[in-house]
Design a protein around this ligand. Structure first.
Ligand code: GDP
Ligand code: IMO
Ligand code: MG
Length: 435
């Protein structure tokens, strides 16, 4: 039976999903995003060009492939327009090969205002949201108040928009939020709203489809589909470090609800992890390094958010969290990115278990956000070699391969490939599986 492959992040996001999806795209006919929205920032580099995608799937640079925005995604039309224009400047006409589910929910300007209002109300307990309106838009979806892409074609769109906006204003007022001074991307709410409404017209130029039928027909016809996840396992609404999470299902299970496919249609589950670990925003991060090593990871790894520009917190790889991610998602193949960032390191730290109140465990405890979790570290020797120009896995330094062996041993999942630069071409396959 023809099946859909899935690619997800296994840590707290920014593992290099965009790069790996772009690299894998030639082997697929359709790339379909199933969750998240403009909170995502997926970076793709090739031929000296760097591009960051937020809502649009990472297969878009392969113009002969179909890219689909699934029902589980959120679209912010103004941000979407900026993305479309950015692609056009690079010669990519997305109107040709990008389809959008009519069931995709819309982020309104007032959702973005509510995001800011909620964060302000949380004070010191704030999540560190990207302020793109994600939480409020998914809240409206679940509360059955949301607006969907298909609604832009209906006659009462404007009335429904205004009614929802008014309810958001009432909520923001109840949170004592200063609505009048609130700005979105340097514009007043009124200015931004006009631009947003204008962008709705652009959305109408795209093929708006019943994507669950579309995708199931693709599978039936034998077309190869890759489902692209945004965010990552540890930011999942159910299994992440709640409440310091995003508001969508980031796991492989999210593919079924985010695209409308049955569980038995899921084939391979590709999990992407950095060779170390990062997190942007608030919340627990047991392996975080506050020392010179952490600063080196941040500087050498250019660990600044692709969406917000915020510095990412950095630390050693967290193998209990990775094991948990492999278990919940049924990961079949691992992709490890960015070991090249540690080329100069004498030692590579790996967290193999947690010490919680003097007890060692390799499980993710329910009290992840409330207990102090100390990493139990295993140090492996560094490779102290520049990886530039390495073209095969076998040619990687023995110390680096030993680190990869440790990841395989600790997770019980085979590594498919290791990425050693931001460029699409620098992916070294360990197994012949995907080549
Ligand atoms: P995503 O959100 O998972 O798609 O990841 P991001 O694009 O937010 O962040 C990953 C960053 O690492 C981007 O700047 C990529 O260009 C970069 N990157 C990806 N793979 C590698 C790699 O193997 N080595 C290095 N040095 N950088 C990489
Ligand atoms: P990609 O797809 C890293 C984080 C935010 C914040 C929390 C909630 O590029 O890996 P939200 O805006 O969703 O309400 O923010 O989740 N976050 C991400 N961190 N990469 C992402 O996406 C993220 N999307 C959201 O920093 O802590
Ligand atoms: Mg990112």
């Amino acid at each position: 039976m023809n099946k859909i492959d899935v690619l997800i992040g296994l840590q707290w996001g920014d593992e290099g999903k965009g790069k790996i999806v772009d690299m894998l795209t030639p082997g697929y006919d359709v790339i379909a995003r199933f969750n998240g929205g403009p909170n995502a920032g997926h970076t793709i580099e090739f031929a000296g060009m760097k591009h960051v995608l937020h809502i649009i799937p990472s297969g878009i640079f392969h113009q002969e492939k179909i890219n689909l925005i699934g029902n589980g995604v959120l679209i912010e039309p103004r941000i979407f327009q900026t993305e479309i224009e950015g692609l056009a400047r690079k010669g990519v006409d997305a109107t040709k090969n990008l389809l959008i589910s009519k069931k995709t929910h819309l982020i309104l300007p007032s959702h973005r205002m509510l995001d800011a209002a909620n964060e302000q109300a949380k004070g010191a307990g704030k999540i560190g949201s990207t302020l793109k309106g994600i939480g409020p838009a998914y809240t409206d979806k679940v509360a059955r108040n949301g607006m969907r892409v298909g609604d832009i074609l209906s006659d009462d769109f404007k009335e429904r928009y205004n009614a929802l906006k008014q309810s958001h204003i009432r909520t923001a007022k109840s949170l004592q939020f200063d609505i009048d001074s609130f700005q979105i991307d340097g514009r007043s709410m009124q200015e931004y709203e006009q631009e947003w409404l204008h962008s709705i017209e652009l959305l109408k130029q795209f093929q708006l489809v019943n994507s669950e039928y579309f995708i199931n027909q693709c599978v039936k016809k034998g077309m190869k589909v890759l489902a692209e996840g945004a965010q990552a396992m540890m930011l999942d609404i159910d299994f992440g470090t709640y409440p310091f999470v995003t508001s969508s299902s980031t796991t492989a299970a999210g593919v079924c609800t985010g695209l409308g496919v049955a569980p038995q249609l899921i084939g391979k589950v590709f999990g992407v992890t950095k060779a170390y670990c990062t997190r942007v925003g608030a919340g627990p991060f047991p392996t975080e390094l506050f020392d010179e090593t952490g600063r080196r990871l941040c500087e050498v790894g250019h660990e600044y958010g692709a969406t917000t520009g915020r510095p990412r917190r950095c630390g050693w790889i967290d193998l209990p969290a990775l094991r948990y991610a492999c278990m919940v998602n049924g990961v079949t193949d691992l992709f490890v990115t960015k070991p090249d960032v540690m080329n100069d390191f004498d030692q590579i730290g790996m967290c193999v278990a947690y010490d919680i109140d003097g007890t060692t465990t390799d499980e993710i405890p329910y009290e992840y956000c409330t207990k102090t979790i100390r990493p139990v570290l295993k140090n492996l020797p560094g490779w102290k070699t520049d990886l530039t120009g390495t073209t095969s896995y076998a040619d990687l330094p023995a110390q680096l391969r030993a680190c990869m062996d440790e990841i395989e041993h600790q997770t019980g999942v085979a590594i498919a490939a290791v990425s050693i630069s931001p460029d699409r071409k620098d992916v070294l396959f360990k197994t012949a599986l995907m080549q």
